[in-house]
Design a protein around this ligand. Structure first.
Ligand SMILES: *[C@@H]1O[C@H](CO)[C@@H](O)[C@H](O)[C@H]1NC(C)=O
Ligand SMILES: *[C@@H]1O[C@H](CO)[C@@H](O)[C@H](O)[C@H]1NC(C)=O
Length: 195
């Protein structure tokens, strides 16, 4: 699990997109039981910080205890074409405690938020690792994360706690960046990792 994110770990800067509401049907009008744009932005930033600027304190403050994280993109990188250690489709993390012990030992991965959408209790975040495009450059990694939340009435600092995460990204580009994937093109056409 450790090695696949090393390639993006040194990338810098963070940008933010404003959240766009996505209401339909009975959620056509936001009411007091639904999150506001500011609260949606806070949820997106909370998860951003868990990936780009991790601390155990923020994991405890922003995730529910029963937090579950699904990402076959991550599992396929962990497994590297083998049947284990984690079967595809299984949770990447099945509790806040397992997230803390796993994510807490990873290098930070700075990324920019390209889009943020939200409805009553769910925030959708589209992100991309931040790179400068000097040549040669590694391939950038773009992903989409769905953050399902649970209301935390009375919690003035974190009114919406992240309960379930569905996160997928172009893990093939990550394999290229790691040098694991062998490109089928001439050397002059290849993206190369910077020294
Ligand atoms: C996070 O919460 C767990 C139990 O919920 C606790 O054991 C741990 O000490 C907490 N970590 C921090 C940094 O507060
Ligand atoms: C590599 O690229 C060439 C030219 O595009 C193609 O003909 C060939 O099938 C490719 N090989 C593989 C293993 O994809």
């Amino acid at each position: 699990m450790r090695s696949f994110i090393i390639a993006a770990a040194s990338l810098a800067t963070v940008a933010f997109a404003l959240p766009e509401p996505m209401f339909s049907g009975k959620l056509a009008r936001r009411d007091a039981t639904c999150m506001s744009a500011d609260e949606a932005n806070q949820v997106a930033l909370n998860f951003n910080h868990l990936i780009s600027d991790y601390s155990d304190d923020s994991a405890n403050a922003t995730l529910t205890e029963g937090f579950v994280d699904y990402s076959d993109s991550v599992i396929s990188l962990i497994d590297g074409g083998c049947t284990g250690p984690l079967p595809l489709g299984h949770p990447t993390f099945d509790s806040r405690a397992s997230f803390i012990s796993g994510q807490g030992s990873q290098p930070n991965i700075p990324f920019e938020q390209l889009n943020v959408w939200y409805n009553c209790d769910t925030v959708i975040l589209r992100w991309r690792t931040t790179l400068d495009f000097t040549t040669p450059a590694p391939e950038f990694v773009t992903g989409i994360i769905v953050l399902e939340t649970t209301a935390a009435p009375g919690n003035t600092e974190q009114p919406w706690l992240i309960n379930t995460v569905y996160s997928e990204f172009n893990s093939g580009a990550w394999l290229v960046d790691l040098g694991t994937f062998v490109p089928n093109c001439t050397v002059s056409s290849r993206r190369l990792l910077r020294a």
